[in-house]
Ligand binder design. Structure first.
Ligand SMILES: [Zn+2]
Length: 145
């Protein structure tokens, strides 16, 4: 709560110094940190191996908004491109009957992906979605339909 002074609040059963992280946990944290850093250093090579030969990557996702009680189903699709980060499309529907397609062209998009983004936005007009959006970061344009 903003504005309330909670400096006097004490965590129950918390006594400074009595909770110590075991050596085993510390070692595990160090090991996970090492692995994450290693992956980060090799991210370009790993991405190439993972996405080699793929034209697109699809990520399905379910999101439940508990305050509004809305269940959303998302299908995110990345176009894999060797020249740029590729076009990102989200197709969203929810249990209230709403739907949308959002297309995002990245700032560093190659001309082919930029054209593909516009094509996907036009194509969305023929699909049964209530709203469609195009964010063209490369061309600094935004369209809603
Ligand atoms: Zn591209």
């Amino acid at each position: 709560m903003a504005g309330l002074d909670y400096s006097g609040v004490r965590e129950p059963d918390y006594h400074e110094g009595s909770w110590r992280q075991s050596l085993r946990v510390t070692r595990q944290v160090e090991e996970v940190s090492r692995q994450v850093l290693e992956k980060w250093k090799n991210r370009e090579k790993l991405a190439e191996e993972k996405f080699k030969g793929m034209k697109k990557v699809t990520l399905p996702r379910q999101v439940y908004y508990d305050t509004a009680g809305i269940m959303e189903s998302q299908q995110q699709e990345f176009k894999v491109c060797s020249d740029c980060p590729g076009v990102n499309t989200i197709h969203s529907t929810n249990d209230r009957g709403d739907s949308l397609i959002g297309v995002q062209i990245p700032r560093q998009a190659c001309p082919a992906c930029q054209a593909e983004g516009y094509r996907l936005f036009e194509q969305a007009a023929k699909l049964k979605v209530k709203r469609r959006f195009l964010q063209d970061k490369a061309g600094n344009q935004y369209f809603a339909g």
